[in-house]
Write a protein that binds this ligand. Structure first.
Ligand code: AMP
Length: 633
């Protein structure tokens, strides 16, 4: 199908998409639309967000359903509320010249309102699995006339632990429906759904993973793990107009990095699953409106966020599953614009670059983290550009010009420029004056190497240089050093915030794991119960299952937090694993950290005070402002 006009889509639908600016079908639309208009066969499509898949299933479904029958005829299941709302909004737009009723059914909003709309009659339901199952259990939805069932982002739904809900929903729908499954990847779990619920499906794969792939450049920066945050800050300084997402692995890492960036005066905020729906909406709105420059997010939280013109995507660490890298990088370079996907890695992760390169069919440019001089240069030029392009209201400023000229009478043009620039830049110049080179050059990586500035590397690793002292947030760094090197082989080590204090022992821990993960196939490894927290190891293939199973869990009435533990480096790694895990220092240190974290906001205040004690005050705190905020250097 080369043009929408030549298809059998309803003329009203064609009119609507024309007004939306859809001129030519995307690859997935050219393949799926004619197939769906002509066939009742099931369809599996391997495609990602950004490929135009909503229209690929939405346009033919709207063109085929019976609008005189307001019992649901199409059911679209997707993983997140944001995606649910986005799909429903798109469908409404496609059907705006038709008497089409659509309904978004998702958690976190009034169920009664949703039930009222259902009673009034809808043609298409777009739903997240949990809320739909709730409505099914109340017997308030009639799915007996569903002719089209779409599973959108099936891999993500299974990653989020919706397997049982999906089974429940699928069992409620008629056998003779047409099932369409969209997924970016095809792991075993998705295959299982396809095998169990689909009949002889047609399979299509969209070659280009996303429309922007060609316009994305891939940059890699190699640093020690402890320098990741310093590298991130330098990159945010180096790209003053950055509008991007920083992807983190866990909610905790997301919170920590966003907190640090905010404390340091960057226009950043966090998006993760621990936020209430209202908080998430607020952050996303700020980001969409570009009132927020840097969004720090987990993959799952950023999933439904459709933002077209990101300048950068930053992988704060390389994801375990390299496919995730393609999802992340596909969020930039859209709509023909140039985008940069950045990976900050340590030496051990370097091997993954090759695997990713094979997948994306592009090579990474290994870049050097900019030094202080380069950053200052960029920022000064940026300021000058901004000064040059500012709108001058001659009429208004005219009446002040005489006194301004008088005030500057004893200074040359050169001096005036120096003073203006120094006014803005003294702090940053000072901050970056002795900034060390944090790049790890694999060819000179030996214990005896010396930095360019002559300092012994051991000093650097201890964080004894000026910049590192400033940046060191003791908690994150200590934890990272202690855990970086554990050989996890096929097991992933998790941290859980309950321990002996809660009367936990190994058998109770196993019971807790079995209760929540509820899967007899899961292999557990070592379990270490400590005073106020514990560790357990699980076969790595169940990592996402464990994380999602404990998402809202409680133990003795207290919320449980489960995270992937980091492995140790350096001295700690050389000793036995138990030396440091059971060491008093670590236990008491961590307990202090968790206590502090429990206190929430005060943590951030403590940290920013200690920053301020060591450094010149940066003047007005401009957190979450319009990007013109002053950084804490
Ligand atoms: P999706 O993959 O469905 O999330 O679509 C990604 C973006 O592409 C959305 O903003 C759509 O509105 C837009 N889009 C989808 N199909 C087309 C098309 N044929 N022409 C132009 N834009 C499109």
């Amino acid at each position: 199908m080369e043009l929408f006009e030549n298809s059998n889509l309803l003329p009203e639908v064609q009119q609507a998409i024309k007004e939306m600016g859809f001129e030519r079908p995307t690859e997935i639309q050219s393949q799926a639309i004619p197939f769906l208009l002509a066939n009742k066969r099931d369809l599996i499509a391997l495609a990602q967000t950004g490929t135009g898949k909503t229209a690929a299933f939405g346009l033919p479904i709207i063109s085929k359903i019976d609008l005189s029958n307001s019992t649901p005829q199409a059911l679209i299941i997707c993983p997140t509320r944001e995606l649910c709302l986005q799909i429903e909004r798109d469908l409404k737009n496609f059907g705006k010249y038709l008497p089409l009723n659509t309904l978004a059914v998702y958690g976190g909003a009034s169920i009664n309102d949703q039930l009222t709309w259902l009673r009034r009659g809808v043609h298409i339901i777009v739903a997240t699995p949990g809320r739909l199952v709730d409505i099914i259990n109340r017997g308030k939805v009639n799915l007996s006339q569903v002719s089209y069932l779409v599973l959108d982002e099936a891999d993500e739904m299974l990653n989020m632990g919706f397997q049982e809900d999906i089974d429940t929903i699928l069992e409620q729908t008629p056998e003779n429906k047409q099932t369409l499954l969209f997924s970016a990847t095809m792991p075993q779990e998705v295959r299982r759904i396809a095998n169990n619920y689909m009949i002889n499906p047609e399979e299509i794969t969209i070659g280009t993973k996303n429309s922007g792939a060609e316009t994305v450049s891939h940059h890699a920066y190699i640093v020690h793990s402890k320098d990741r945050y310093v590298a991130l800050k330098r990159l945010a300084d180096y790209y003053p107009d950055i509008y991007g997402i920083v992807f983190c692995r866990t909610r905790q890492e997301t919170k920590d990095i966003a907190d640090k960036l905010m404390s340091d005066g960057y226009n950043a905020d966090a998006l993760h699953g621990d936020l209430s729906q209202a908080q998430r909406d607020y952050v996303m709105k700020k980001f969409r409106n570009k009132n927020l420059q840097i969004l720090v997010a987990t993959d799952v939280a950023a999933r439904g966020l459709d933002v077209q013109n990101l300048s950068h995507v930053i992988n704060f660490s390389i994801p375990d599953d390299i496919e995730t890298y393609t999802h992340r990088s596909g969020r930039t370079g859209r709509a023909g614009k140039e985008g940069i996907s950045i990976a900050i890695l340590n030496l051990k992760e370097k091997g993954k670059l090759k695997q990713i390169e094979r997948l994306i069919k592009k090579t990474f440019e290994i870049k050097q983290v900019p030094d202080g001089k380069e950053i200052c240069n960029i920022k000064i030029l940026d300021l000058i550009e901004k000064i040059k392009s500012v709108e001058v209201n001659e009429e208004k400023i005219g009446s002040f010009m005489k006194s301004i000229n008088n005030a500057f009478a004893d200074m040359s043009k050169e001096e005036i420029i120096q003073h203006f620039v120094s006014y803005e830049f003294n702090r940053i110049l000072e901050y970056y004056e002795n900034a060390p080179d944090i790049n790890v050059d694999s060819s000179r990586e030996s214990g005896r190497e010396r930095d360019r500035d002559g300092r012994n590397r051991r000093d650097r690793d201890k964080g004894n240089t000026g910049e590192e002292r400033k940046d060191r947030v003791e908690r994150g760094e200590r934890r990272e050093r202690r855990f970086e090197d554990v050989d996890r082989s096929n097991y992933t080590r998790f941290f859980i915030n309950v321990g002996k204090k809660e009367d936990l022992d190994k058998s109770k821990m196993l019971k807790l794991l079995n209760e929540h993960a509820n899967d007899r196939d899961i292999q557990y490894g070592a379990i270490d119960i400590l005073k106020s927290f514990s560790f357990f190891e699980v076969d790595s293939k169940y990592t996402s299952k464990i994380l999602s199973s404990f998402a809202h869990a409680t133990y003795q009435g207290r919320p449980i937090s489960v995270e992937i533990a980091q492995a140790p480096t350096g001295k700690a790694a050389r000793g036995s694993k138990n030396d440091f895990i059971k060491g008093d220092n670590y236990t008491s240190k961590y307990s202090r950290d968790t206590d502090r974290r429990d206190r929430g906001g005060s943590d951030r205040r403590d940290r920013s005070n200690s920053y301020e004690r060591g450094f010149k005050s940066s003047g007005r705190r401009n957190k979450n402002s319009d990007g013109g905020g002053r950084k804490r250097y």
